[in-house]
Design a binder for this molecule. Structure first.
Ligand SMILES: [Zn+2]
Ligand SMILES: [Zn+2]
Length: 451
């Protein structure tokens, strides 16, 4: 059965079941496991050889608070070798007639930005109206940009939105989620708590995926933004959520946490430990992103492009195939390290990682996981407990294999390099690093019928 058809088959089976709303994402994860690692390793059942595609899922343009025309943003990424790209402006899809005034009161658009736009795309493409202070430029829509920029097998634009929400309860929690491969606008659902807010927005995207009939992904963004809007406990309490930005590359998202709050990578481990031990639901997969807003000679403290991205293994450069691969966990997050292979073999109990090395760069491959007997008394204790997100093994070099002992809740790999990122993040990650997804947890989650 083709992968997409099988995916819908799973969804149909699941949606007709009891407790459908609550455990849909979980069920999907479980069925993916039952479908077997072969599908994961071969990138589905398309018969085509799977390959890695580089792309990114969180960027802004003049459609909301970015400082560049959307087609110029797309061009920035395409011209630098990204193969897929998702513009995710705040609470808007790039649809309909939208004009921006160059002499905006807040953050006017410099003449040089318009000149560069005209130089790149030409008079025939750029639409300008009005004179003087009333001069306006029309923002191109998703469909217009896609028809100009997409190249089959080379570059793909995916429709997305940053669902930008906040809680009605105090203290206010800023809950942002990126919906990917959307067909329709998603209105932020609100809610008294961060848990409610995350759940209702994730379910809104799930509902749209069902109505439209195509796979969509939704990731919880920058949990420590706000500050500290979304906790590891919150992430554990929403089984429907399946993705989190474990490395948002903006400098103001409290990536390292503080004395009372764990850093985001550690939160990822805490949330996944809670999900597996307490909730018996699959772990969250981790995404790295730029959250780029600033495209013009901005200081490193601004959200610049070209820092965080994902490598997705799929048979084809098509939005549905990429979404399915992400749902399978067949991708890694990166700030520069490229991987040649990530192979998890549950039959042999091995996780094998190979780097696509850059010259004059040294690599260390760490395998990180939580032992199944990790214990804690409360969130704070958990945050400091040595057993959660422990380095289980470490190797120097460009490839390594981890052998499961059977006592791990899950294992993931972190590939560190000594190469500084082209644009290091103040208060964030400085060196090129990659993170693979947690594996080896499949026996720890309840099957749907056991719930
Ligand atoms: Zn955000
Ligand atoms: Zn954003």
């Amino acid at each position: 059965m083709p992968a997409l058809e099988r995916w819908f088959c799973w969804r149909r089976r699941f949606e007709s079941g009891a407790a459908a709303g609550l455990y849909r994402g979980v069920f999907l994860g479980v069925v993916l496991l039952l479908a077997g690692p072969a599908a994961l390793l071969q990138g589905g059942e398309s018969g085509q050889e799977a390959q890695w595609f580089k792309g990114t899922t969180h960027s802004h343009s003049l459609w909301s608070d970015g400082d560049e025309f959307p087609d110029m943003v797309v061009d920035w990424f395409k011209s630098r070798g990204y193969q897929f790209f998702c513009l995710t402006d705040h609470n808007v899809l790039m649809q309909g007639d939208r004009w921006v005034r160059l002499a905006r009161q807040r953050r006017p658009i410099p003449e040089s930005v318009l000149e560069a736009y005209l130089a790149r795309f030409g008079d025939d493409w750029v639409e300008i109206r009005g004179e003087g202070a009333k001069r306006e430029v029309r923002l191109k829509t998703f469909e217009e940009i896609r028809s100009r920029m997409d190249e089959p097998g080379k570059f793909l634009l995916i429709q997305g939105e940053e669902i930008t929400d906040r809680t009605s309860g105090r203290p206010v929690r800023h809950v942002h989620l990126n919906g990917l491969n959307l067909a329709k606008f998603v209105r932020p659902r609100g809610g008294a708590t961060a848990v409610r807010c995350i759940r209702d927005n994730v379910l809104a995207v799930e509902q749209q995926a069902k109505e439209v009939g195509r796979p969509m992904v939704v990731h919880v963004n920058h949990p420590n933004y706000g500050p500290f809007s979304v906790s590891a406990r919150d992430l554990a309490e929403v089984p429907e959520a399946r993705f989190v930005e474990m490395c948002n590359c903006y400098s103001n998202v409290h990536h390292w946490g503080d004395q009372d709050h764990p850093g985001v990578e550690r939160m990822w481990d805490i949330a996944n430990t809670l999900r597996l031990i307490e909730k018996k639901v699959p772990p969250l997969y981790g995404v790295a992103s730029d959250d780029s807003h600033s495209y013009h000679d901005a200081p490193a403290t601004r959200p610049l492009p070209g820092r965080g991205w994902i490598g997705v293994r799929a048979a084809r450069l098509e939005a549905d195939a990429l979404m399915e691969a992400m749902i399978r966990g067949d991708f890694y997050a990166s700030t520069g390290v490229e991987l040649a292979a990530v192979d998890y073999d549950p039959a042999k109990g091995t996780l094998h990682v190979e780097v696509a090395p850059k010259p004059e760069t040294r690599y260390t491959i760490e395998f990180v996981g939580t032992p199944a007997d990790a214990q804690w008394t409360d969130d704070k204790a958990l945050a400091t407990l040595a057993g959660v997100g422990k380095v289980l093994a470490s190797h120097s070099g460009t490839s390594a294999t981890y052998r499961f002992s059977g006592k791990e809740l899950y294992v993931r790999a972190v590939i560190r390099s000594d190469r500084e990122m082209e644009r290091p993040i103040p208060n964030g990650v400085q060196t090129e690093t990659a993170w693979t997804q947690p594996v080896g947890w499949e026996t720890r989650v309840l099957k749907n019928e056991e719930r």
